[in-house]
Write a protein that binds this ligand. Structure first.
Ligand SMILES: [Zn+2]
Length: 473
């Protein structure tokens, strides 16, 4: 059979698709549409195997996982660009099939010649199987697989199988896996162990016991041994079910690590790393949260495997910054005003943020701004540990966004005293209710969809602290 036959058949369609997609970019800009998936989507409508035919950079890194993939992809891109590389990425756009096609399309000429050095792609877990059928990354870095929106993602084992199916299409890809995540660490093999392992080389990263107590999750992401159904025991957890486990019944246990974060020093933002050769070195931490420490370890492992020296990785990490859309800090009149993206529909992610701020000893108020589509299921509210917010040093919790009444009920069920809770239908009134005396910080927890509203709200609080009236002129 002539192997070139499909190429010939699809040739004209491919060129039409490429040119139409390229042409749509300036048109979208002119009409002020921010279409990050439209060009790719259009191209695939014209030529269904567009992604396969599209020229790609020689080096591709893909990042997937439930939480932390956007932050990590941004950091990796920033570090590689700081090195002077021309890097394609979908960090500002969609992480699904069409978004990846758009990002890669932007890196080729009208003659389908790739003029970029690398691509760093954020890949949606459910799209991995479609993307890896045509895009073969050298490295696939995985943050974790935890509970997520039940409507979109069902449960972790289902997502695990979808990512694993994607990996089965790309046997040459090196997997960079989180040894401390009992779910995603089994990628590249049958969940829970051993049999049917894929040929992919696997590299594991993690963080050693730091002697700290992690809060117990109300609904754990990992409660049953995947091999025998026994009850796994943790020798330590750093947050949620991220830590080292073993099953007393069948002996299944966490993977051995190639890159270990030995000592976390959040105060000085330093991390001591030991690699598989036993060599130790210091790395800067771009943030003081445990989940970002894991993202940092993943990046250390990835750069180590890409051949970067320890010094170079540390230097690039030192210059890297967490993107503003996830976390920001401003100070007004000695009060720290934080904004934190806390994904609704995702009990694990929001509980990690709750734990983070419960452990921050400062006297604080918390503003929760959740906007959701009506019709979305509310079960995630009951899988999230609102109980963590029942702390002495949290003096007030202000609820707004269209889910404020659902949040109020959940807070009350979590035992949070009613007098601490303020419910506001109109978010522009939040600043009137923030106490500006006797507190050290205010946390604005917001959905990824309401960044602008959150920033406006913080601006008004800032104005009020600095002596304004809390209203914009
Ligand atoms: Zn077992």
């Amino acid at each position: 059979m002539d192997k070139r036959e499909p190429e010939k058949r699809g040739g004209v369609r491919f060129w039409l698709a490429l040119w139409a997609a390229k042409l749509s970019v300036p048109v979208l800009k002119l009409t002020r549409h921010n279409g990050t998936h439209f060009p790719g989507s259009l191209a695939m409508r014209i030529c269904p195997d567009f992604l396969r035919r599209l020229s790609k950079p020689e080096k591709i890194v893909a990042v997937t996982g439930t939480n932390g993939k956007t932050t990590s992809t941004n950091l990796i891109c920033g570090m590689l660009r700081a090195r002077g590389l021309r890097v394609l990425s979908n960090t500002l756009g969609s992480n699904m099939y069409a978004g990846v096609a758009t990002a890669l399309m932007e890196g080729v000429s009208v003659f389908n010649r790739c003029h970029s050095d690398m691509a760093v792609l954020e890949v949606d877990e459910r799209s991995a199987r479609y993307i890896f059928a045509h895009v073969k990354p050298q490295f696939l870095a995985v943050t974790n697989i935890t509970r997520d929106s039940i409507q979109r993602n069902a449960h972790q084992e289902y997502i695990f199988d979808l990512v694993n199916l994607g990996i089965s299409y790309t046997p040459e890809t090196v997997l960079i896996l989180n040894a401390d995540d009992p779910v995603s660490s089994f990628l590249g093999e049958t969940f829970g162990g051993g049999e049917g392992a894929f040929p992919n080389r696997r590299v594991y990263y993690g963080i050693a016991d730091q002697g700290q107590d992690a809060f117990l999750p109300g609904v754990p992401d990992f409660s049953v041994c995947p091999k025998c159904g026994g009850k796994p025991e943790f020798s330590y957890r750093l947050y949620r079910t991220i830590g080292q486990f073993h099953c007393p019944k069948c002996g299944t246990s966490s993977k051995e690590r190639d890159y270990t974060g030995l000592r976390l020093d959040f105060e000085n933002r330093r991390l001591t790393v030991e690699d598989r050769s036993g060599a130790r070195f210091d790395c800067p931490l771009p943030s003081d949260s445990i989940f970002n420490a894991y993202n940092t370890m993943m990046i250390v492992a990835l750069f180590g495997e890409m051949g970067y020296s320890r010094q170079e990785t540390a230097r690039l990490l030192g210059e890297a910054q967490i993107t503003d859309r996830r976390f920001t800090l401003e100070t007004a009149g000695g009060i720290n005003l934080y904004t934190y993206a806390a994904k609704g529909q995702n009990g694990s992610a929001i509980s990690s943020v709750f734990e983070y701020l419960a452990k921050d000893p400062s006297k604080k108020e918390v503003v929760v701004m959740l906007y959701e589509h009506f019709g979305d299921t509310l079960t995630w509210l009951y899988e999230s540990d609102f109980e963590y917010l029942d702390q002495e040093n949290i003096s007030k919790i202000i609820l707004t966004g269209n889910r404020y009444l659902d949040c109020e009920l959940r807070m009350k069920l979590a035992g949070i005293p009613a007098e601490k809770i303020v419910c506001l239908e109109d978010e522009t009134r939040v600043p009137e209710y923030v106490d500006t005396e006797g507190i050290e910080s205010v946390y604005f927890l917001h959905d990824v969809y309401c960044m602008e509203k959150t920033m406006r709200c913080r601006q008004l609080v800032k104005k009020r602290i600095l002596g304004g009236d809390g209203h914009e002129n």
